[in-house]
Design a protein around this ligand. Structure first.
Ligand SMILES: [Zn+2]
Length: 277
């Protein structure tokens, strides 16, 4: 990693983001008077350790909490290193179930045969769910800094948790919205419910607030509204295809959606949507 990539951007007063490869995942650092809360833990224990080192080096304060924005591997597979240091990990109450249904079988398959996904480097991963499960809005103050946790309705997954730092006007929304590419369908997504889930959380976001997506540069509420509109177009397409009796593999995909999403992603949305219709 080059030295200019090696940096934290301050997106609100005392709230920082650093974009890490692989998968350009955004990791947050909420700096309080007595400690730092980390948002998301990356893709394996080594990457989790790198965050812990980088945070202490940059902020010279202990890591006092971690928060998972949702269950997917690129946001949770570093959890075990935080747990090993006695750091409490907050996450949505349904993460353990999502792990069982999606991340655990995929991890086991890759650990048995790493050639299935050679880019993952999961040999040393032990699936570690959050230690503090959140099933309703919750206000916490790790490091003596107030943070609100808000479970989001099912959308990107059914484990999405919004993280709000009220005194800085900053939101971390995980992959409920993305900036560096289109939001991803698959591994437990809810394409029909997603637009309303996103709109509902955006209803709480101020016009001047900063939203940190799971992947890509920080955005504002207007960006989120536009992405909700694109997600609505997908939900509408899935409903229409279902109503006209098409199959997920054969349904003709509209050009305007192909301009935003790769076809495989839209087929994945069709399969997930059909499963609930
Ligand atoms: Zn992600």
């Amino acid at each position: 990693m080059t030295s200019d990539a090696n940096r934290w951007d301050e997106v609100g007063d005392g709230v920082f983001v650093r974009r890490y490869e692989p998968v350009d995942v955004s990791v947050g650092a909420i700096v309080g008077p007595t400690g730092v809360t980390v948002i998301d833990t990356r893709n394996n224990p080594e990457e989790g350790d790198e965050i812990l080192r980088d945070v202490v080096e940059r902020f010279r304060k202990p890591v006092v909490a971690a928060i998972n924005t949702h269950a997917h591997y690129d946001h949770t597979f570093g959890n075990e290193r935080f747990a090993a240091h006695g750091v409490g990990i907050y996450g949505h109450v349904l993460i353990p179930r999502h792990f069982e249904q999606h991340e655990a079988p995929r991890l086991a398959a890759v650990q048995a045969d790493p050639t299935r996904e050679p880019d993952k480097h999961w040999a040393g991963v032990h699936l570690t769910p959050p230690t503090i499960l959140v099933d309703a809005p919750l206000t916490i103050d790790p490091g003596e800094r107030m943070i609100e946790l808000l479970p989001i309705e099912a959308g990107h997954t059914d484990t999405d948790l919004a993280v709000h730092v009220p005194d800085a006007g900053v939101w971390f929304l995980g992959d409920v919205l993305e900036e560096s590419g289109p939001p991803m369908f698959g591994s437990g997504s809810f394409p029909l419910e997603w637009p309303a889930a996103l709109r509902s959380v955006l209803g709480r976001v101020g016009e001047e607030d900063v939203i940190v997506p799971g992947h890509g540069a920080p955005v504002d509420r207007a960006f989120g509204e536009r992405q909700a509109g694109q997600l609505e177009a997908v939900a509408e397409f899935v409903r229409r295809a279902h109503a006209s009796g098409e199959t997920a593999d054969a349904a003709r995909v509209p050009e305007e959606l192909l301009a935003v999403w790769p076809e495989a992603q839209l087929r994945s949305a069709l399969r997930a949507g059909f499963a609930t219709l």
